[in-house]
Design a protein around this ligand. Structure first.
Ligand code: ATP
Ligand code: MG
Length: 241
């Protein structure tokens, strides 16, 4: 179950606009060039409303750029039909959200096994064993029968991390995964996320408001006024390849 597939993501000259209910057009991202290489970890910072989640949604094939090209492992996103898009999303991406988004009527184990429901790969035939393994890796081996409402926020986020990684994705997209947690619990969650991502060889794009935690990533970017720029902290690298 190691994600040894290295998938490069590349945004070329991408813009994103939304038409608001009153008919006005809101430009959120403009002419963004960004590469995420297989296996790298990237932190994305920026003020509320700057477009961080929008950027993540484009990377995760949840929406397309209004203009420009998004290449997933060399494939152009807007040329994918809905089936291909769903398949790529399920096979290549794992998602972690601020509010966990677990199924309330399912146990921790069932939540983690959920992404394997439609996996046809022989390696995933034993869904329960794979889910149990991941739950153990996030330190919840003894809580597999617990429902989300019986778990703390930090534990629920561990379940969400296990669910994101159970299928061995190439890329994990995490939108403020520590945003609802206290500082120490948030740091623990990020530690688990980073070490499992490193172990599986998958990339991680982490949206965070936490400057300190963002320093754990290989590279840091800021979304500001529609642009995505490297954070000028001495560790920054050019955005373009
Ligand atoms: N589907 C949509 N339709 C219309 N406007 C949208 C849509 N999605 C996002 N927006 C707008 O785009 C802007 C950027 O939103 P986004 O959610 O990407 O910000 P963010 O940086 O993630 O903010 P936060 O830190 O608060 O989560 C906001 O002004 C938001 O209202
Ligand atoms: Mg957001």
């Amino acid at each position: 179950m190691t994600g040894d597939r290295c998938v490069d993501l590349q945004l070329v000259d991408c813009s994103k606009r939304f038409t608001q209910p009153d008919g006005s057009v809101l430009g959120v991202l403009s002419d963004v060039d960004l590469s995420v290489r297989g296996g790298e970890t990237l932190a994305v910072l920026g003020r509320s409303g700057s477009g961080k989640s929008t950027l993540l949604n484009i990377l995760g094939l949840l929406t397309d750029p209004s203009e420009g090209t998004y290449l997933v492992d060399g494939r152009v996103s807007h040329e994918l039909d809905e089936d291909e898009r769903c398949r790529l999303r399920g096979e290549q991406f794992g998602f972690v959200f601020q509010d966990y988004v677990l199924m309330e009527r399912r146990t921790a184990l069932e939540n983690v096994a959920a992404p394997l429901l439609h996996a046809s790969d022989a390696a995933y035939r034993n869904r329960t064993a794979a889910a149990r393994h991941m739950l153990g890796r996030v330190g919840l081996g003894d809580r597999e029968r617990s429902y989300p409402w019986q778990l703390s926020g930090g534990q629920q986020q561990r379940v969400a991390v296990a669910r994101a990684l159970v299928r061995g994705p190439a890329v994990v997209l995490a939108d403020e995964p520590t945003g609802s947690l206290d500082i120490d619990t948030g740091a623990e969650i990020l530690d688990v996320l980073l070490s499992l991502a490193a172990e599986q060889g998958c990339s991680l794009v982490l949206v965070t408001h936490d400057e300190r935690l963002s320093k754990l990533a290989d590279r840091r970017l800021v979304v500001e006024h529609g642009s995505v720029r490297p954070l000028a902290d001495g560790r920054a690298e050019p955005v373009l390849p």
